[in-house]
Write a protein that binds this ligand. Structure first.
Ligand SMILES: [Zn+2]
Length: 380
């Protein structure tokens, strides 16, 4: 048994035996505290500290969380993809625990600021203000995500395999819910993918509300939509039951381990992005290219990722459109499977699927952009 596995088992055992919950395996995370925190006696804070030092960036059966968060809702902590993405991020944004207050019997709310402060420049950059709950359970304590606490009394409506969970500020529109259910049914049938039988779609009215139900009272860049693909959970901040881009992520959830370029490409091809159709996106990109003088090379777009998201999403969509026209649904799924394999470059996978050479990808993209706009607009 390797050292890590042994440590995880020990961690589990200490928790199960309730001997010393606070023995942990990664203890160099510098945590600071506001004056409000009783660092000696507050058991909830102790538990939160232990979790922060248990490598929250790695996926394992993290024993600090409530079973349902660990198994049914997230891979334990919804914040893993926001603030605990990797070790680098843990080192850059250090936690400062600000408050720990009992909000109802047996339930404590802890607020933590994740901040990067540089001694040399005196610059302070906050990443997030994160709220998490600690629940008393069987004479021990366990972490609980904000989602369950915040949305407990929210209304929900079911439409086929989709359950819409509604922000109290949102007005339910059944025709849009039906449109979403039909969209899911027709695409799963077209691509011969597993049916969506029990997905939860949270309808939020703003990006901040989306962040807030996951526990973020502040986040530097909250998204408009988010899909926890393996858990069949979608969150949309568009204040609408209709958010086809995120639904497409849900539909292709069995390929959630493929390269991000392909994930976003297939979702944008099927569902546009942020309420804009693929045609809107191609026209915007064309304008942007003209302003720039020349289009960004595919290589630059791949490297820039989020910073060039319009090109990143639109180029991916155009590639999938062409793959589908050449090879049908099977071809699309093949590209997604290939994208899971780290040994092949994205360029090689694309060139292979389109029957062109890697050096022709830039040309192909510019031609497709031009043709897509031409074929979909009148009097162009
Ligand atoms: Zn997306």
């Amino acid at each position: 048994m390797n050292k890590k596995a042994f440590q995880f088992i020990m961690l589990y055992l200490t928790l199960l035996l309730n001997v010393d919950v606070y023995a942990y395996i990664y203890d160099d995370m510098p945590i600071s505290y506001s004056n409000r925190i009783d660092t000696v006696n507050d058991k909830s804070v102790k538990l939160w500290e232990s979790y922060l030092q248990s490598r929250p960036d790695s996926i394992y059966e993290n024993p600090f969380w409530l079973d349902i968060d660990r198994n049914d809702r997230f891979s334990f902590d919804p914040a893993r993809i926001w603030i605990f993405q990797n070790q680098e991020m843990l080192k850059t944004y250090k936690p400062m625990i600000l408050s720990s207050e009992e909000v109802s019997p047996g339930l404590t709310m802890i607020k933590t600021l994740f901040i990067n402060s540089s001694d040399t420049s005196k610059k302070v950059s906050p990443l997030a203000l994160y709220r998490v709950y600690v629940q008393l359970k069987d004479s021990g304590y366990v972490l609980k995500s904000a989602l369950q606490v915040e949305t407990k009394s929210w209304e929900s409506r079911k439409m086929n395999g989709l359950t819409f969970i509604l922000s109290p500020l949102h007005k339910y529109t059944s025709s849009l819910a039906r449109k979403s259910a039909r969209f899911c049914d027709s695409l799963t049938a077209l691509f011969d993918l597993p049916d969506i039988e029990d997905a939860k779609i949270y309808i939020l009215t703003s990006k901040d509300e989306l962040a807030s139900i996951l526990g973020f009272d502040y986040f530097i860049a909250p998204p408009f939509g988010l899909t926890y693909a393996e858990k069949d959970i979608v969150l949309t901040a568009l204040n609408s039951e209709w958010h086809p881009h995120e639904l497409a992520h849900l539909i292709f959830r069995s390929y959630s381990k493929t390269h991000r370029f392909f994930q976003e490409g297939v979702a944008t091809w099927c569902g546009g992005s942020l309420g804009q159709s693929l045609l809107d996106l191609t026209m915007l990109l064309k304008k942007e290219n003209e302003k720039r003088g020349q289009p960004l090379s595919f290589k630059n777009v791949l490297q820039a990722e989020q910073n060039e998201s319009l090109a990143y999403y639109t180029y991916g969509a155009l590639i999938f459109k062409e793959v589908f026209e050449q090879h049908g649904g099977r071809g699309v799924k093949n590209v997604l499977i290939e994208g899971e394999n780290n040994n092949k470059s994205i360029e090689e996978i694309i060139a292979n699927a389109l029957g062109i050479s890697v050096s022709d990808i830039d040309d192909f993209l510019q031609k497709s952009l031009y043709l897509f706009i031409k074929n979909n607009t009148i009097n162009y």
